[in-house]
Design a protein around this ligand. Sequence first.
Ligand code: GRF
Length: 200
Amino acid sequence: MSLTKVAILISGSGSNMVALVEAMQSGAVPAEPVLVLSNRPGAGGLAKAAALGVPTATCDHRGRDRATHDASVQAELEKAGAELVCCAGYMRIMTDAFVEGWTGRMLNIHPSILPLFKGLNTHARALEAGMAVHGCTVHEVTPELDSGRILGQAVVPVAAGDTPDSLAARVLKLEHRLYSACLARFVAGETGPLALFGEG
Ligand code: GRF
């Protein structure tokens, strides 16, 4: 059986990307990382991907409209033979046409328990709302932001004295576990949502 070819889209440090690549390379996830693509030249994750032996590409979004940018990303995905796309800290709004071309084949991780706190600054907003728990969600990507089918969620208790940064750090550790576990289930065709519980 041939392994599913996975491309990972990043914009920054790429810690989720590293977790996914390591899970694939260790055999824990039966899939093959074929491309790590960043919209930001010099993103820290690009060097990490190269060190892991994964081909990289950069599509700089600056000075181009969204459709032109997405077309260049699409061309790189096709060149790499990607069958599944994992967004991992990819901080670009994508065009509907691009997303629709990957329906059911594009995943994302979002740092909140969706449908709560879509969009940015999720950790600060969870604290402001007085949440007792916070977490992250892996979901399918659809044109509506942070709204596709939920594949898994992980929760941590909010601690007294938590700051957005301390909370983000605890959630990020769980993101790494959750995304790899959800990818494993997804490529195996398991459809029910996964629940993970982290330590406070
Ligand atoms: C993660 O918290 C992800 O959920 C969010 O951006 C962060 C990216 O971190 N959208 P990294 O690049 O995977 O380290």
